[in-house]
Design a protein around this ligand. Structure first.
Ligand code: KIV
Length: 257
């Protein structure tokens, strides 16, 4: 049965951990989906897979192109697509237009957007009223890299309280889930207990309702994975080895036989 936003909320109630990963093309999406990942995010972290330094330059068109490929590979998981930088912050109309394009053109079930300051809460409420499921994202929000860097957030009393209030406001605005990125585990636990929508952690400790990682980090493809990523295989060196073997075979006349 395909995973729905309501199913994620039920899993929180049942304390069944939600497993999420990112995808950027058909092949990766199909592998993750068949393996049993519950939520597949076409994250704007894909910018790095495309060779950008940060998530800021990736465009809505690029996200749509990749999300359509991911859609073709996903049969079971809930598919969520990030709204990239400056495709939803300018106005409610801009956010509605961008999120609408994501749902209509890619077949994704939901969008994710970063931030919890008052303007973003209003945006989430309007998108939800229009029938667009929204996942929030608080803590380290990489689209604000030039303001907050890539540091852990929520380390001061003020920061703890602000992020908790943002999460509560996102739930009240109708978000179906929230990503908690690079926060102290105690804050993630507090948010998880005080909200009835699932929290999906990344670098936020073990107490969230689910976990997400960036698949290129998990597979050992990233040049600079963050300290909280767990690397389960080293595709960078596996691919290098395979390609070098191929080069030798061709140069030495061993392939084709
Ligand atoms: O873009 C992304 O991959 C994300 C995850 C870090 C949650 O937003």
């Amino acid at each position: 049965m395909p995973v729905t936003t309501q199913q994620l909320i039920q899993w929180k109630q049942q304390k069944r951990s939600i497993v999420a990963l990112t995808a950027w093309d058909y092949a990766i999406a199909q592998i993750l989906d068949v393996a049993g990942v519950d939520l597949i995010l076409v994250g704007d972290s894909m910018a790095v897979v495309l060779g950008y330094e940060t998530t800021l330059p990736i465009s809505l068109e690029e996200m749509l192109f990749h999300a359509k490929a991911v859609r073709r590979g996903v049969k079971r998981a809930l598919m969520v697509v990030d709204l990239p930088f400056m495709t939803y912050q300018e106005s409610l109309e801009q956010a509605m237009h961008s999120a609408g394009r994501v749902l209509k053109e890619t077949g994704a079930q939901a969008v994710k957007l970063e931030g919890g300051y008052p303007a973003m809460i209003e945006t989430v409420a309007r998108l939800v009223q229009a029938g667009i499921p929204v996942m929030g994202h608080v803590g380290l929000t990489p689209q604000s890299i030039h303001q907050i860097g890539l540091r852990q957030q929520g380390k001061t009393e003020e920061g703890l309280e602000r992020i908790l209030q943002q999460a509560i406001a996102l739930e009240q605005a109708g978000a179906f889930s929230i990503v908690l990125e690079h926060l102290p585990a105690a804050l993630a636990l507090n948010i998880t207990q005080k909200t009835s929508i699932p929290t999906i952690g990344i670098g936020a400790g073990p107490h969230c309702d689910g976990q997400i990682l960036v698949t290129s980090d998990v597979l050992g493809l990233s040049e600079k994975p963050p300290p909280f990523a767990k690397i389960y295989t080293n595709l960078r060196s596996n691919i290098t080895q395979a390609v070098q073997n191929y080069i030798i075979d061709v140069q030495e006349g061993k392939f084709p036989e």
